[in-house]
Design a protein around this ligand. Sequence first.
Ligand code: PEP
Ligand code: MG
Length: 852
Amino acid sequence: MQKRVEFEDFAVITPTADISVERHGGRAKCLQRLIRLEMPVPRTVALSFDAVHQIAAGVMPDKPAILAAFEEGALLSVRPSSEDQDWGGPGAILNIGMNDARHARLIDEIGEAPANTIYRRFVQAFAIDVARLDPDMFEASGSDAHTLRAALDAYEDEMDEPFPQDPARQLGEVLRSMARAWEGTTARLLRQAKGAPADAGLGLVVQQMALGLGPEESGSGVIKFIDRVTGLPQVTGRYLSQSQGRAALTHGDGVFYLTRDERGASLQDHCPEIYAELLKWGEVSRRRLREEMEIEFTIAGGQLAILDAVRVPRSSRAAVRVAVSLAEDSIIPREEALSRIEPRALTELLHSQVNPDGLRDVFARGIAASPGAATGKIVFSSAAAQASAARGEACILVRRETTPEDIRGMHAASAVLTERGGMTSHAAVIARGLGLPCVVGVSDLVLRWRDKSLRVPDGRVFHEGDVITIDGTNGEAIAGEVEMLPPALDDAYRALLGWAEEVCDIGVRANADTPADAGTARDFGADGIGLCRTEHMFFDDGRLTVMREMIFAKTLDDRAAALEQLLPMQREDFTRLFQIMSGQPVCIRLFDPPLHEFLPHSREGLRELAEALDMPLSDVTRRVEALAEFNPMLGMRGVRLGITVPEIYEMQARAIFEATIEASKTGEAVVPEIMIPLVSAKREVELVKTRIDGVAAAVRTEQGVDFDFRLGVMVETPRAALRAGEIAQHSAFLSFGTNDLTQMTYGLSRDDAGRFMGAYVQQEVYPEDPFHTLDVDGVGELLLIGAERGRRASPNMTLSVCGEHGGNPESIAFCRQAGFDYVSCSPFRVPVARLAAAHLALGVKQRRKTYY
Ligand code: PEP
Ligand code: MG
């Protein structure tokens, strides 16, 4: 016999008892709060984590003393009480104390049938959950004496002893089995997967039963006051006469709706006073527990008893609505409403989502590159996507990988699936910018371009025109159509983001390339545009040919003529961006990609180009080949192009300045920001700056109008970070392009990382995909070095991050800590970034969801 350790075994829950979440669990604490609110909660006793731990080890509490806390002959229930309701726990056991003698008395009190049912249920629960007997032998239901006898006999046959009659022994065995179930490996692993620490404790609550069976109105039910998907006020739940526990939720026959309902009988009609009482307690718990609670109740002989209450489990959109409405009703402060919402949960509100409760036939999995879900017919080319959009048919663009040539196809598609790629590959970045659901790096697909088919891992073959669904939130490709939840950019969401903006102490801008992106950015409350990738503007139908003419120009004059045509188009682009952003900062990055990205690669495309340029096909082909590079991402791109073909940047600078003058005429004064990409040396900045200053002076003179602008550098090569001190001398701002900086720091192609990233993360080579979450140790150190050297040279230097990490809550924490002025991310990530930044400003720690 193990020795008893001295501690308080149990406590009767009274308004003043010493009950805490940390020692007794959330359910025990919540029950104490219900008792303090004077709800009709039956007498309840709480066993602490220590006590339960001892029970599992074979040291029993003083059982007679526990029983003595209740009325003589009371039936009892035992429920788990862990710190967090999501961690689960063993199921409740009801009707402890039932034995032959109690059964006989109960027949007199409430009649034979209910007495038989209660006893039979207890025998069954005890046999299955405590004695661990085969459930098949204890399935029979019924309220006759014969069924009860059969259950008692089955128990005796299996256990070689009669069903235990001593309530203290019954209680002891129930407590032991629940305590041991909690300490079992499976239960531990399950709760650890939900975030519980390995040594999380379990408390138990023992409660006097209010019998839901008997002659006067008796039964049990569950009520909540909001819809769990929308969060809107709505009384939902069920009540079942002559029942116990949560039976009303699982029974079909004879259940009552709570509120009056055309579909059947309701508690409101059947027991109006009790219904009104429940509504009152719902309101009291909302105001005093500051939460939307789900209440489990029993009606015993016409009297209401409240057995338990837990926080209503809810979707993210419901969580936002509940938090906002509690704050608007002055029940919680706004700061608390903000802290109650996990930033990433907002993604669920911004896009359509696959209904988590619906069926899904997943045929492939990959990297969840851009959230949301969409259904459409498979297309294998951008041309087919555009044709499909022209017919008004939703389509899913399936590609090996996407290139800038696919931009128009991506615009036309409802979602994108690629075989290759990672978090910052072309498809991923563009899809996030467009708010398109996207799954990349699905490497076990076999894509056959010739017969336009897609073979998937389980052997199925999909063809062009087949309907599939892309779930970019979970990284899944699903066969056919599935049930969706629409986006929820409602008043509650807007209120929450408005409050977040008020407390935020780091700016959040959007990466926006087109007027449509800028509109989304504004709509999502961005503080401006942190990165406008101008190259995307050249992929429009009318512009691509002019762009190609410029690339193919043989003489400076020919090039100037082509650029002359592009100038008004760019001016128009920038004017619209400035107008949409009405005075907010707009940072325009000068042309970045290698020129050959604008050239066709198929024979057909080359022929078309030859026709358009009126050149022999062989010349065009030779020229295209001459522009090819072994490693274009490290080749002639960014500022290197700006220095070797300076006319391009000059044209862009002129377009920016002329647009500045134009937009300032009718709206707020514009101070454009011009950013030079891929810098690695101070001299590059000097050369570009001299030319841009020259263009600014020329435009000022020509138009007789003065304007301001800010020239800055995109720090995306390790050398630029290391030499930030000297680069800063010519820069008004430094914006860290962490996509390329990560690529170059690791020497890891951002377009190919998807192939092995899964294996790398799984084997803990990297803790996470560094293109997704900033690598604070390596890339982060470069950021800190760059920031420190830049600020030392120029204390008022504006610092920011404009790589994809700008939208990642952990990376935002790093940037804020490092004193950055703002982060910039895809428009659809702005709300998440904003709330994450608000949490940081409020010092919110990861909030644990408790019972209330
Ligand atoms: C970057 O490199 O971090 C960046 C923002 O630019 P891009 O993704 O266009 O290369
Ligand atoms: Mg870059």
